[in-house]
Design a protein around this ligand. Structure first.
Ligand code: TYD
Ligand code: MG
Length: 451
């Protein structure tokens, strides 16, 4: 009989090795190798009771519970699904506790059923103060402050709870596993217990998770696989706007984007999203072009700004923020070659206002328009938005969901949209200028005489 070999598995990435090292050779995490339990062969002859005919299964969609916050519900795919578990991650201070306390308060009030908020991070007084600040206190909103998970969850046995929140998965300990709160085994055990409880009691649960410097939820990556939905709550440090996005969702799509503003009394949904990024007066400045980008299913007006400055260096500088640098360089080359506008003696800087990052190829045309406008030092016609992908030959290609974008543009008061000549458009509420080549797009008529 061959000697038994002990294998080790990395709790972070799942890599299996036969040598126990301090650092995982695959993902370089420290102290994550654990003994891989041996799998005993099972009897495969009989069909197990877990095997069912799909057609015969009852597939009623469970009724969702509304969080009372429309933007949050939309990101979830229509509300909280009973028995499902959501993990929400975000930088410290971004507003995770505020958002969930608001949601917990409104569920308690609107459904007239108890809701449990488990806080392992803050004291009774701190949570109560926040609840009164955001005016969410309700007779049905219960708070458990402490870090013992079993003790906290046992409260759910008492009444017909509608929802519970765990703030945070890193702050709790479970008695069955050793170690400090927040270590890998603890975090995994805490999450598993929350999932088991939510499933057994058919109550939706949200776990708040801390994130690491590089934006991942701290703890084993497996956490994201265990839960049904992973949501990211983010925002730029200097701005009061916050974005809520699903990264994974078993009960909805991941295209939605919810936008909030952090105010004196909690998070307020931002309904007119495009207003955030569009400043009418600024649009008559040279080097500025407007576009309607898509963030998930949400159209957002974005302002692309470019600055050009004569350079004394043999290699002009190209600096980009909000648009990928390689793409910016490529578009600059297209303008140089196809429009005969020399870019060689100029440093060029491009920026997307409002901290937005544009990955959507529809930003090519507005970026080209902004670059050309900066180089010529003439402003683009005000009230115009630009939507198109630019190819290497200078051809303008159609973009996705043009009608949705044009509708949004019209709603915001744009009068004209410059689009690809190949675009198929149903919407009639805005003046359309069709162009097939970048040279044509940048021809005199679009440049205002003002500057
Ligand atoms: P918090 O929800 O505690 O963030 P997280 O749980 O993600 O760490 O929110 C923290 C910040 O939000 C804090 O700096 C204060 C601010 N805030 C407001 O501006 N208005 C409010 O009504 C509340 C409750 C918080
Ligand atoms: Mg918090």
């Amino acid at each position: 009989m061959p000697a038994k070999i002990t294998k080790y598995i990395c709790s972070e990435c799942g890599h299996v090795t036969t040598t126990k090292t301090g650092k995982c050779p695959s993902c370089n995490s420290w102290g994550t190798l654990e003994i891989l339990p041996e799998v005993t062969p099972t009897n495969t002859k009989n069909i197990s009771s877990h095997v069912k005919i799909i057609n015969a299964l009852d597939v009623k969609t469970p009724e969702r519970i509304s969080t009372g916050i429309e933007e949050f519900d939309r990101v979830l795919g229509g509300g909280l699904v009973p028995g499902s578990v959501i993990l929400i991650g975000g930088q410290p201070g971004i507003g995770k506790s505020t958002l969930l306390l608001q949601a917990a308060g409104s569920v308690a009030k609107n459904y007239n059923r108890p809701v449990l908020y488990i806080s392992g991070e803050e004291s009774d007084a701190q949570v109560a103060l926040r609840a009164s600040r955001i005016n969410t206190a309700s007779e049905n909103l219960y708070l458990y402050s402490g870090s013992e998970l079993e003790d906290a969850l046992s409260n759910l046995d008492n009444e017909n709870f509608a929802f519970f929140v765990l703030d945070s998965v890193q702050a709790m300990t479970t008695g069955t596993d050793s170690g400090w709160p927040g270590n890998l085994t603890q975090v995994r055990a805490v999450a598993q217990k929350v999932i088991d409880t939510a499933r057994a009691k058919k109550i939706p649960a949200v776990m708040i998770g801390h994130i690491t410097k590089d934006g991942k939820i701290a703890g084993p990556m497996i956490l994201e696989h265990m839960v049904d939905t992973v949501i990211n709550f983010s925002g730029e440090g200097y701005s009061s706007y916050r974005m809520l996005r699903a990264v994974k969702n078993r009960y909805g799509n991941t295209d939605e984007l919810g936008i909030f503003e952090m105010s004196e009394d909690g998070l307020k949904p931002v309904i007119d999203k495009s207003g955030l990024y569009w400043n009418r007066e600024d649009s008559a400045v040279a080097g500025v072009a407007m576009t309607i980008a898509l963030e998930g299913n949400t159209p957002l007006a974005a302002e692309i700004q470019t600055l050009s400055a004569k350079t004394i260096f043999p290699y002009p500088r190209r600096t980009a923020r909000g648009i990928e640098l390689n793409r910016f360089q490529l578009l600059t080359a297209v303008i140089d070659r196809r429009c005969k506008i020399s870019t060689l003696n100029h440093d060029l800087y491009i920026n997307v206002a409002g901290g937005l990052t544009l990955q959507d190829p529809s930003a090519d045309l507005p970026a080209c328009a902004a670059i050309a406008s900066a180089l010529k030092n003439v402003a683009l016609k005000a009230g115009t938005c630009w939507l198109g992908e630019v190819g290497l030959a200078g051809e303008i290609r159609p973009v996705t969901r043009i009608d949705l974008r044009l509708k949004e543009a019209a709603k915001l008061g744009f009068e004209t949209a410059v689009v690809s000549s190949r675009e198929k458009i149903k919407f009639t509420g805005i003046k359309i200028i069709r162009v097939s080549h970048i040279d044509e797009a940048l021809a005199g008529l679009l440049i205002s005489e003002k500057n």
